[in-house]
Design a protein around this ligand. Structure first.
Ligand SMILES: Nc1nc2c(c(=O)[nH]1)N[C@H]1C(S)=C(S)[C@@H](COP(=O)(O)O)O[C@H]1N2
Ligand SMILES: [Mo]
Length: 410
């Protein structure tokens, strides 16, 4: 079994260039850098940091298909660097797409004139817009579900925030002459399964969401080309909705008049109806019992302290974190340092738009020796707030339980 320590030994610690100083200064919290203590037995001790080509070392969940999460130290900044951005795939055949030969086909029975775009066409024939938005996997924090549920046992880092730039999907659909009978827009990407029997990863969204002015075909991320692992040369960006709809290496966009019945929409990425305070509906895909996951629930993360860290009595220190939601924007973040009895407002940082991470800070002042339990709770502008009790659901989605970080005051 390889542990993080073996990995550090094997690499002399050199690979930790950007996360290294933080980790070194939190040596006592070594395991906490790999994820929260609630992860299933053995997950933390068997976790390793590993660098995919072009990436800094990320927390490896699986190699085939590649699933790597971002260590939480990177969330001390509002924008997640491209080379530290998490990676999530369902299928293992992931071709390196060449920009020059890439083509994007727009078609389906609900467009009048099918189109084929080159990367140049996408960049020059349409208005270009840039939007800061959180890409969060529906299953972020799945590993913290108790009882545990199956799937990638993600900790806290199956998410990231970036400035995405590209053409509006609606402009491209309108160029192809979207018909009024269009019901859903279906996306496919260049990746595929290793066995023909594996259902291809194809996703659809309701036509109203595809026509939202914030939904993009993006070819730039934080000012650079998309990394291969995050969808080069272009991906769909659906601000406010979970990452599952953000098709990477997108190669076809089809407007259809009937509900798409592919596995990844019909059978996966579903939540029970009526359990979550969700506003956006995907009506053409609803059944009596469940519905596709849509917007991200309001959430927050404490980013600069870890369980077990020592702080000094009478020595004020800064607690930092981020908050985000499905696009209403963050109204406030409250922090408790006594396990949830008293809550006080944190100071919100710069507003990069309603789909972005919003940073917050709070000065804590430990007055007594012992354990100090820090909690943070975000509320959005629609009045939704984080839960204290887990909302159980079979696939382990929408974990937004208020975190507890216990510090040792001496
Ligand atoms: N082509 C392709 N696109 C995809 C996926 C995939 O497996 N293949 N996974 C989706 C899911 S479930 C998520 S959470 C996001 C993750 O985006 P990232 O890997 O850029 O972080 O990509 C989405 N787009
Ligand atoms: Mo996902």
């Amino acid at each position: 079994m390889s542990s993080r320590r073996d990995f550090l030994k094997a690499t002399g610690g050199l690979v930790l260039a950007s996360g290294g100083s933080w980790m070194a200064s939190h040596a006592h919290g070594a395991d906490a850098t790999m994820g929260p203590a609630e992860l299933p037995e053995g997950t933390l001790s068997s976790s390793i940091l590993e660098a995919l080509p072009g990436k800094v070392p990320l927390i490896k969940k699986s190699w085939r298909p590649p699933n790597y999460e971002t260590p939480i130290s990177y969330f001390n900044e509002e924008f997640t660097p491209n080379n530290a951005f998490y990676v999530r795939y369902h299928l293992s055949n992931i071709p390196e797409v060449a920009a020059a030969s890439w083509r994007l086909k727009i078609g389906g029975e609900a467009v009048a004139t099918p189109l084929e775009l080159t990367l140049d066409n996408l960049k020059t024939n349409y208005e270009q817009v840039e939007i800061a938005a959180v890409n969060q996997c529906s299953g972020n924090r799945r590993g913290m579900f108790l009882p545990h549920v199956s799937g990638v046992e993600w900790g806290l880092g199956a998410m990231g925030n970036a400035k995405w730039k590209g053409a509006r999907l609606k402009d491209v659909l309108n160029k192809a002459g979207l018909k009024k009978e269009a019901l859903e827009i279906v996306f496919d990407g260049a990746d595929s399964g290793t066995f023909p029997a594996t259902p291809d990863f194809v996703k659809s969204i309701p036509v109203w969401k595809a026509l939202d002015e914030n939904t993009l075909i993006a070819w730039q991320m934080n000012g650079d080309a998309l990394p291969h692992w995050n969808g080069f040369p272009a991906r769909i960006v659906v601000p406010g909705w979970t990452g599952t709809y953000w098709m990477k290496h997108v190669t076809s966009i089809n407007a259809v008049t009937k509900a798409f019945d592919g596995f990844w929409v019909k059978s996966a990425y579903r939540i029970p109806r009526g359990k979550f305070p969700i506003v956006d509906r995907f009506i053409s895909q609803e059944t009596d019992v469940n519905t596709p996951i849509t917007e991200i629930v309001v959430n927050s993360l404490i980013t600069n302290i870890v369980n077990g860290q020592k702080v000094g009595v009478g020595q004020p220190f800064e607690i930092k974190g981020i908050a985000w939601d499905g696009g209403y924007g963050i109204a406030r973040v409250e922090v408790s340092t006594d396990g949830g009895q008293w809550w006080r407002a944190a100071t919100l940082g710069q507003d990069y738009g309603r789909f972005s991470f919003r940073q917050w800070t709070f000065i804590a002042n430990p007055t007594e020796r012992g354990t100090m339990t820090v909690m943070a709770k975000a509320t959005n502008r629609a009045g939704a707030t984080q839960t204290f009790e887990l909302i159980a659901n079979p696939a382990g989605y929408h974990h937004n339980v208020v975190q507890r970080v216990s510090l040792s005051v001496a």
